[in-house]
Design a protein around this ligand. Structure first.
Ligand SMILES: Nc1ncnc2c1ncn2[C@@H]1O[C@H](COP(=O)(O)OP(=O)(O)O)[C@@H](O)[C@H]1O
Ligand SMILES: [Mg+2]
Length: 584
């Protein structure tokens, strides 16, 4: 009991946090709903009056008063219901609107480790599914719980006032109703839960198959996949049947119970009328009130479930907000009038959350402004991690990275990202024009600047050959472009900002030799104009470097020229020999 009270309180608290901005509107809403409840009692009272005065005594003198009152009650009720429904729906919609906006701005600022905890699929489902549940829940809490609660309360008070002994007799029917309804409700809930699980299972399975459809087809796995998916829908069908069964049982049981209760009421009521304790109108209005109280009670019985579901959704969203790995801007950022591009790593350590070994172990590296440095090492050595620390996509765990002698954490993040160009290994292009893909994130870029960057990246020629040149829309999955072309657009995107430091993470690892040659020429032309950090195994790239750095297991194990390393570094020799074999 204590535990469940505690849970209720927690659930309410979580929900309240979301609706807090609307608390005054909601207070007004509650008043309106109380008004609707009162009109319910008013209506049952009118029934009594109509029966006794109009029908039994055939006294029509007060007909105008009746008409007036009836109209008034209905007008008030209609208005109040209109506003309360409209407002409660709109609050629900607004709360979710707020949540989605908060979610966007929260997620858009998060560094990579955040998405280990909340993968993109999860985030989408939280935004759409949990958002919808929250919205419905808030709306329903109002319409079902508050509104129906008031309706039931008003009518209950009315019948107690009308004839409390009769009300007690009617109460006898409550356990008759409550027990079977509770049992069925419990069953239904269990089936519903299983059903949701099964739907998730099916969606997941279907998604997986679609993602791997080519592999499925190439290895002739359709029959196997079909069987698996069919099993899942079969289960869904079984659960649905079970649900239908229990749900259909609900109404007849309720009917029977109501019938029994009604019978008791009629007998006892008739007796009371005969004794003169109750008018026929009073009795009729009593029965009407009983029937009116039933719907609200049934809906109120959903309260617990509803609250739990809604609170679960709210909790799931709250978890995302509470997990905040955003990198804070310094309170008083250093502003650099000009940036040379001196880069220095000092005893840098980096741990990915949840990993037992660090990805970088005491890395020390200095790169002078304008220098070109190549980084080479087996996969998993920590090269990409190192690259991402420079634009502060992630922060060092220990140590520091310096740009022109300033710890990069003392700069404004936005400034830093303007100085540093980063071209990731996996190219990502937006579903937008070539122009907008290159100018991404910059306001008021001229065409000349975009073309200059595209020329520098050796992309201008092929862009002009696209159907609509720079205005050609390219796809999210580089549709219509070869990997090398996409890679050059990504390079142009970095170059249009005239970065002082340019970091290229294995941009040539999966390219055809022609694209590789283009990128190589582009970089050869760039060399010396900015600090260049090139992560690559390709000889074409290593050859450009003033200095080559060898990384292994998170450490820098050697650095020097190609000839020096070939002579003294066994790992370099191995990597070099392997790429030489591949190149042939
Ligand atoms: N997002 C991540 N979460 C956890 N561990 C990661 C993540 N990215 C990389 N790692 C780990 O960090 C180490 C270095 O990875 P990475 O910098 O990508 O190496 P490289 O680019 O040299 O292949 C590897 O052991 C890898 O498993
Ligand atoms: Mg890498």
């Amino acid at each position: 009991m204590r535990a469940s009270l505690q849970r209720w309180r927690d659930d309410f608290r979580v929900l309240y946090r979301y609706v807090r901005p609307y608390r005054w509107v909601m207070a007004g809403l509650v008043l309106l709903m109380a008004l609707v409840g009162a009109t319910n009692a008013g209506m049952t009272y009118l029934i009594q009056w109509v029966m006794d005065t109009l029908i039994i005594r055939l006294d029509f003198r007060r007909l105008p008063v009746l008409a007036g009152t009836l109209l008034l009650i209905y007008a008030v009720r209609a208005l109040a219901m209109y506003y309360s429904t409209a407002v409660s729906r709109s609050i629900g919609a607004r709360v979710v609107h707020d949540v989605r906006r908060r979610l966007f701005s929260h997620v858009l600022e998060q560094p990579a480790p955040f998405f280990r905890r909340f993968p993109t699929g999860q985030l989408s489902s939280r935004m759409t599914h949990d958002g919808t549940v929250l919205q419905q829940g808030i709306t329903e809490v109002f319409t079902d719980v508050v509104l129906e609660g008031f309706k039931a309360l008003a009518v209950a008070l009315y019948i107690l006032w009308l004839h409390w002994r009769l009300a007690l007799v009617a109460l006898v029917a409550v356990p008759l109703l409550v027990v079977p309804v509770a049992v069925i409700g419990h069953r239904l809930r269990r089936v519903t839960e299983q059903f949701h699980g099964a739907v998730g299972d099916l969606t997941h399975g279907f998604h997986q198959v679609l993602q791997g459809l080519r592999v499925v087809q190439a290895y002739w796995g359709q029959a196997r996949e079909r069987r698996q998916l069919e099993q899942k829908t079969d289960r869904l069908l079984r659960l649905q049947h079970r649900w239908v069964f229990w749900n259909a049982l609900h109404a007849p049981i309720v009917e029977v119970c109501l019938g029994i209760a009604l019978f008791g009421l009629i007998v006892y009521g008739a007796y009371q009328i005969r004794r003169g304790d109750l008018t026929p109108g009073g009795f009729t209005s009593f029965v009407a009130a009983m029937l009116m109280v039933y719907t609200p009670l049934r809906r109120l019985s959903k309260l617990n479930d509803l609250l739990q579901q809604t609170a679960t959704a709210a909790h799931r969203l709250e978890q995302v907000f509470l997990y905040d790995l955003r990198l804070p801007d310094p309170p008083t950022p250093v502003s650099l009038p000009t940036v040379r591009g001196d880069l220095r790593f000092e005893s840098v350590y980096f741990w990915y959350p949840g990993k037992s070994t660090p990805a970088l172990v005491g890395v020390n590296l200095s790169v002078a402004a304008g220098e070109t440095v190549a980084i080479i090492g087996p996969s998993g050595a920590g090269k990409s991690t190192l690259a991402q620390l420079i634009p502060r996509l992630m922060d060092v765990t220990e140590g520091a990275v310096y740009l022109d002698g300033h710890d990069i954490r003392t700069l404004r993040l936005q400034d830093l990202r303007a100085y540093v160009g980063w071209v990731p290994q996996e190219v990502f292009l937006f579903e937008d024009t070539v122009f907008n893909n290159i100018a991404y994130g910059l306001l008021g870029v001229t065409e000349a600047e975009v073309v200059r960057a595209a020329r520098q990246a050796h992309a201008h020629e092929f862009i002009l050959q696209l159907p609509e040149g720079y205005q050609t829309v390219i796809g999210g999955e580089t549709a219509g472009l070869s990997g090398g072309q996409a890679q050059r657009i990504a390079l142009a995107r970095a170059l249009v900002r005239r970065p002082r430091v340019l970091v290229l993470d294995e941009v040539t690892s999966a390219l055809d030799s022609e694209s590789e040659a283009h990128i190589q020429t582009a970089l050869a032309e760039l060399k010396g104009t900015c600090t260049l950090l090139i992560i690559s195994h390709r000889w074409s790239m290593l050859r450009l470097a003033d200095r080559i750095v060898v990384m292994d297991k998170g450490r820098i194990i050697d650095e020097g020229t190609h000839e020096e390393l070939l002579r003294r570094c066994a790992l370099y020799r191995r990597l070099w020999r392997r790429q030489a074999v591949e190149a042939r």
